[in-house]
Design a protein around this ligand. Structure first.
Ligand SMILES: Nc1ncnc2c1ncn2[C@@H]1O[C@H](COP(=O)(O)OP(=O)(O)OP(=O)(O)O)[C@@H](O)[C@H]1O
Ligand SMILES: [Mg+2]
Length: 410
């Protein structure tokens, strides 16, 4: 039997580190072979603040995934998040070089390089340069111009940048754990790959991956990324509010939220009472499910309003005809989708990673969207689309530089 190529996705979240391994099958499909988790406390709002703690968490998750899949993990597709992530657009223009005016892969590369010339602050790094559409002699909406005939080739790109030092601390943790990095991928781009349908991405849709400490927001339209940003809000804020409101330790508040929490008071009943442990640890109090939900609802509303405001701020509210897809661990919160639909006045649904085959029960939850999406993104990159070709060249450069830099350090 032929050995399939094994790839791995590494998602370093605020509450957990996840490693997912997969094999690329014929036709470019991915088959998930293993998963490993560990709890993580080395991040604050998506940024590494404790390298050693993060390295330990990566080691543990990698070891678990290795045991389950039976494959060594040497390199990973790495998810990037954090409120330092920013998104911009830029256009590139070149003249078609061949005499017979046929557009070549080289022209596409040159026009992407032209779009890359944008002034960004000195402390930032470009992590993605994604073509949204190509324009040939004024005709727009072209996905792959190679082989077409024209004189003038333009590209409209989405550029994702992040703060260099935050990226370096993330990479440092990964290298210290003995792993190479195949590519750094924006977490929301990965989550979008995992949970959105091609039809949604074509029509226009927003995906919000609400984790523990961050919400990764991305807007897609006509099949490509239009906007991305990371908001410093997540499920931990809900648990903290519950801890304060119910005067109970955070760990207990977290448990109450997960086991009995509702995002809408109207879905709960007066007569259902929960035993809430006291701060002191001795004894408890009876508190109604409604009271718990009222605390959750206030924070959930605020989170959804922030998401709504960010969509407006992006200038792409008009594009989000397909509505909002919620994923990430917090998307498990009961009736959050219903609250989102009414607060933001748009269709909303929960997004789960799809097409996972035998391991759906292990990696099919919304908290696995980023890790699974990293693998899907990786396989798409091999499909030979103009974006992926350019992607490898553009990113290859700085990643190689950084790798060299880190090798010298260790
Ligand atoms: N059933 C549930 N109801 C409500 N919240 C839940 C439920 N299950 C998990 N959560 C919340 O999901 C959050 C963790 O989500 P996730 O695993 O996606 O985060 P992460 O990727 O570690 O963090 P981040 O993406 O913010 O860096 C926690 O705040 C947890 O309380
Ligand atoms: Mg996450």
């Amino acid at each position: 039997m032929p050995r399939h190529e094994v790839i791995a996705g590494l998602d370093i979240g605020t509450t957990k580190v996840t490693v997912v391994t997969g094999e690329i099958r014929e036709g470019g499909n991915i088959s998930i072979t293993g998963v490993g988790h560990s709890s993580s406390a080395g991040l604050r709002r998506g940024v590494v603040v404790d390298i050693d703690g993060t390295v330990r968490a990566i080691d543990e998750a990698v070891e678990k995934a290795r045991r389950m899949s039976g494959s060594e993990i040497k390199s990973v597709y790495l998810g990037l998040t954090g409120s330092h992530v920013a998104s911009a657009t830029n256009r590139g223009v070149v003249a078609v070089s061949r005499e017979d005016r046929e557009i070549s892969a080289e022209d596409v590369h040159r026009v992407m390089e032209a779009a890359r010339v944008i002034s960004i602050p000195a402390d930032r790094e470009i992590i993605h340069l994604l073509p949204r559409e190509f324009i040939v002699d004024g005709y727009d909406g072209i996905k792959d111009p190679v082989g077409m005939v024209g004189v003038r080739l333009e590209v409209e790109t989405q550029i994702i940048t992040c703060v260099t030092t935050s990226l370096q601390n993330l990479l440092r943790s990964v290298y210290k754990a003995g792993l190479e990095v195949d590519e750094v991928v924006l977490a929301s781009l990965a989550s979008g790959e995992a949970v959105l349908t091609p039809a949604e991405k074509e029509l226009g849709v927003a995906v919000a991956d609400i984790g523990g400490g961050t919400t990764d927001l991305a807007i897609f339209e006509r099949g490509s990324l239009l906007y991305a940003s990371v908001l410093p809000i997540g499920g931990e804020h809900i648990s903290n509010d519950l801890a304060v409101g119910l005067r109970t330790p955070v760990a207990q508040a977290e448990k109450v939220k997960v086991e009995h929490g509702w995002a809408r008071v109207e879905d709960t009943e007066d007569q259902i009472f929960l035993e809430i442990p006291k701060m002191s640890g001795s004894g408890g109090r009876q508190i109604s499910e409604k009271v718990v939900a009222s605390i959750i609802e206030a924070r959930a509303q605020e989170m959804l309003q922030l998401i709504g405001r960010e969509i407006k701020r992006s200038g792409h509210s008009g594009a989000v005809t397909g509505g909002l897809v919620l994923t990430g661990g917090t998307a498990r919160l009961r009736s959050l989708v219903e609250l989102a639909a009414s607060e933001l006045d748009m269709p909303a649904r929960v997004g789960l990673p799809a097409g996972l085959g035998a391991l759906t029960d292990v990696v099919g939850g919304p908290d696995h969207s980023t890790a699974v999406g990293l693998l899907i993104y990786a396989t798409r990159g091999r499909a030979g689309s103009p974006g992926s070709r350019t992607r490898e060249r553009v990113l290859g450069g700085w990643l190689a530089r950084l790798k060299g830099f880190f090798r010298e350090m260790f």
